[in-house]
Design a binder for this molecule. Structure first.
Ligand SMILES: C[S@@+](CC[C@H](N)C(=O)[O-])C[C@H]1O[C@@H](n2cnc3c(N)ncnc32)[C@H](O)[C@@H]1O
Length: 437
C-alpha cells in the first residue's frame, strides 16, 4: 500500500477497498482534479482532454481514473506509465503554472498558528466551517489555466470548482463580509453566476494592470490572435443582507409602503428635497444604502405617522425599531484610499519581492504569489484592526501576511503540502521580523 496523501475536495468520497476504489458524489459533468503526493516524488500531471483523478490502487504506484469531461463516466483505468499523463497542456492565459521548487512530501505539519495567524493543510471548503465569521475573504484560487496542481484546464470547469467553496463561504458570511475575488477576466465571468446564486452582490471589478513590462515585447500576437494580456481582476463582492427574506433595497420600500404613507413623505422624514425617494427607496441601480442617521429618521417618522396597526416599522428583529448600530452592521466596511481608482497600475511581482528560501537558488517558490501591497490595500479598505480575514487558497499566504501586519486575525488553508511547507517558513520568518504586541 502506498503512503500517499490524497486530499479530496469535500464533495467527493472514495469508497471501497484499495483495490476497488471508486469516486462517489461526482456531478454530471465534472470529475475533480486534485493532487496526489507520493514519497517517491511521483508527480501527477493531468491528462490532456480528460479530467484525471489518481488513487493508490493495490500494489501499483498510481493509477489514474480517466473520465470524459461531459459525462463524468469512468472510461479507462491506466497506470501512470501507460497513459498520456505528462503531456503538456496548452495554457489558455498568462497566469503562472507549475511548481518551481523541489517537492516536499513528508513531515509537513498540518497547521501553523501564532497570535494572529491560523493556517491549515487541507481543503478549505471543509476547514473553513470551523473558522470564525469573516469580515474579509480573499479568494485567489483556480484560474482555469492549470496554474497549480488541481487548477482546471479551462474556465468552463471553474463554476463547479468554486461552487462548494462559495457555498461554504456563504454559510459563514455576514452582511459585513467583503469578498475579494482574484481571477482572470474570463475566469471571473464564468464564476460570477455562482457567486450571485449564493448571495454575493457584485460591487466593482478592479483591474490589476501589470503594464507592458509584463510581456516585454515577447508575445507573438500573430500567433495568439489577440492583444497581449497584462491584467488580472480583483472583484469586490459583498454578502447581500436580507431581512424577512428580502434584500435591503426591497425591504426598505416594503416597510415604507406598509406605513400607508405616500412615498414623497420619505423625503420629509429625511429632511431632503428628493434624495430619499430617489436613492433609498429606488428599486434600480440608483439605490444606495441609507446612512445610519437617515435610516433612523425614516424609522422614527414611519413609527410616528404610519398606520398604527402595522408598527413597528423598520424593525430588524420584527419586535422593536432598529438602532443605528444594527443598521450600520447591515453592510460591509469600505474606505477608499485617497487617489485610488479601480485600475491598479502595479508591475507583476519582481524577483526580490518573491518569497524564497536559502538553498532554493533564488527560484520563486510559488508562481502565483500576490503582491503584498495590493493585498494590504484591499484588506485595509474593507476591515478594521481585530477583524477576521480568510484566505481559503493560501499558496504562500500573502493575504495572511498582509492581515497580520495590519493587526487582523487571519485564517487560511493550503491543500498542497509543498506550498504549505514553504508557507510555514514564510509565516515563521514574518512573525520573527514583525513581532506584534
Ligand atoms: C493562486 S494560488 C494562491 C497564491 C497566493 N495568493 C499567494 O500569494 O501565495 C492558489 C493556491 O490554492 C491552493 N488550493 C487549491 N485548491 C485548494 C483547496 N481546496 N483548499 C486549499 N487550498 C487550495 C493551490 O494549491 C494553490 O497553492
Amino acid at each position: 500500500m502506498i503512503d500517499a496523501r490524497v486530499f479530496l475536495p469535500s464533495r467527493f468520497r472514495t469508497t471501497g477497498t484499495a483495490s476497488s476504489v471508486s469516486i462517489g458524489g461526482v456531478g454530471p459533468c465534472v470529475i475533480p482534479a486534485f493532487s496526489v503526493h507520493a514519497p517517491n516524488r511521483t508527480e501527477l500531471r493531468y491528462a490532456v482532454g480528460f479530467k484525471a483523478c489518481a488513487l493508490p490502487l493495490g500494489n501499483n504506484p498510481f493509477w489514474v481514473i480517466l473520465a470524459r469531461p461531459n459525462t463524468g463516466k469512468e472510461i479507462e483505468l491506466k497506470s501512470l506509465s501507460e497513459n498520456r499523463v505528462g503531456k503538456k497542456h496548452k495554457p489558455t492565459s498568462t497566469v503562472g503554472r507549475g511548481r518551481a521548487v523541489k517537492t516536499v512530501m513528508s513531515d509537513v505539519p498540518s497547521e501553523y498558528k501564532d497570535d494572529f495567524v491560523s493556517v491549515f493543510l487541507g481543503d478549505s471548503a471543509e476547514l473553513c466551517e470551523n473558522w470564525p465569521e469573516p469580515t474579509v475573504i480573499v479568494s485567489d484560487g483556480g484560474y482555469g489555466v492549470l496554474g497549480f496542481e488541481g487548477d482546471t484546464s479551462d474556465h468552463l470547469d471553474l463554476p463547479d470548482w468554486y461552487e462548494p467553496h462559495v457555498a461554504a463561504w456563504s454559510r459563514k458570511a455576514t452582511p459585513t463580509t467583503t469578498l475579494w475575488f482574484w481571477n482572470s477576466e474570463i475566469g471571473w465571468a464564468a464564476v460570477h453566476p455562482v457567486l450571485e446564486k449564493h448571495g454575493w452582490r457584485y460591487m466593482n471589478a478592479n483591474i490589476w494592470n501589470k503594464g507592458k513590462g509584463h510581456i516585454a515585447g515577447n508575445v507573438n500576437t500573430q500567433r495568439i490572435r489577440r492583444f497581449p494580456v497584462v491584467s488580472e481582476v480583483c472583484v469586490q463582492y459583498v454578502f447581500e443582507a436580507r431581512i424577512d427574506g428580502l434584500v435591503l433595497k426591497e425591504w426598505l420600500l416594503r416597510e415604507w409602503k406598509r406605513t400607508g404613507l405616500p412615498l414623497r413623505k420619505a423625503n420629509e422624514a429625511c429632511g431632503v428635497a428628493d434624495a430619499a425617494v430617489r436613492k433609498y427607496l429606488d428599486q434600480g441601480h440608483l439605490w444606495y444604502f441609507p446612512p445610519p442617521e437617515m435610516f433612523v429618521r425614516l424609522q422614527e417618522y414611519a413609527n410616528a405617522h404610519g398606520d398604527p396597526s402595522g408598527r413597528p416599522y423598520f424593525s430588524i428583529d420584527g419586535k422593536r425599531p432598529g438602532t443605528v448600530e444594527e443598521w450600520a452592521a447591515m453592510r460591509s466596511k469600505f474606505r477608499c484610499p485617497h487617489g485610488y481608482t479601480n485600475v491598479w497600475d502595479r508591475p507583476a511581482l519582481r524577483s526580490e519581492e518573491r518569497f524564497k528560501l536559502n538553498g532554493d537558488s533564488g527560484r520563486a517558490i510559488h508562481l502565483n504569489q500576490k503582491p503584498l501591497d495590493l493585498m494590504t490595500m484591499i484588506i485595509k479598505a474593507s476591515s478594521d484592526e481585530g477583524d477576521v480575514v480568510w484566505e481559503p487558497f493560501g499558496g504562500l499566504f500573502s493575504a495572511c501576511v498582509a492581515a497580520r501586519r495590519l493587526g487582523r486575525y487571519s485564517y487560511g488553508a493550503e491543500i498542497d503540502p509543498t506550498y504549505f511547507h514553504y508557507a510555514i517558513h514564510r509565516l515563521t520568518e514574518e512573525s520573527r521580523q514583525y513581532p506584534l504586541l
